[in-house]
Design a protein around this ligand. Structure first.
Ligand code: HEC
Length: 108
């Protein structure tokens, strides 16, 4: 029984560790490298030339319409792309969670 409790505590700590691991600072760096050229600084100033060439509006990421999406939806946008947005193939693993955490940090 004692062993079971120890295992449970260890497991819980691991899960909490993973949840805390999403790193907004790293997410900001990843965003700077992989997203900013289209979405602009802080996701707030979409690149007009890119929007024009794609023929779509690029959303401001702090907007309620984006913040209202689930983390899972945003992850899918990053890994699979959406509409005119290409998948960010160089963003993988924990970097995906970090970028999502960064996007959440933009919420006003
Ligand atoms: C090549 C330009 C480009 C890059 C790079 C890019 N995006 Fe986008 N993004 C777009 C465009 C264009 C749209 C609008 C898509 C549409 O409506 O067709 C969009 C839409 C989105 C949306 C809203 C999707 C929805 O469900 O409405 C999110 C969230 C997003 N991008 C996040 C990111 C993140 C995070 C990155 C970096 C990992 C990134 N984008 C990189 C062009 C880009």
């Amino acid at each position: 029984m004692k062993k079971l409790i120890v295992t449970f505590v260890a497991l819980t700590a691991t899960v909490a560790g993973v949840a805390l691991a999403a790193d907004v600072k790293n997410g900001a760096e990843v965003f700077g490298k992989s997203c900013k050229m289209c979405h602009g600084e802080g996701g707030a100033t979409p690149n007009a030339a890119v929007a024009k060439s794609f023929g779509v509006a690029i959303p401001v990421l702090s907007d309620a319409a984006i913040q209202g999406k689930s983390d899972a939806d945003i992850k899918t946008v990053i890994t699979a792309g959406k509409g005119k947005m290409p998948a960010a193939k160089n963003v993988t693993g924990s970097a995906i969670d970090d970028v999502v955490a960064y996007i959440r940090s933009l919420k006003k």
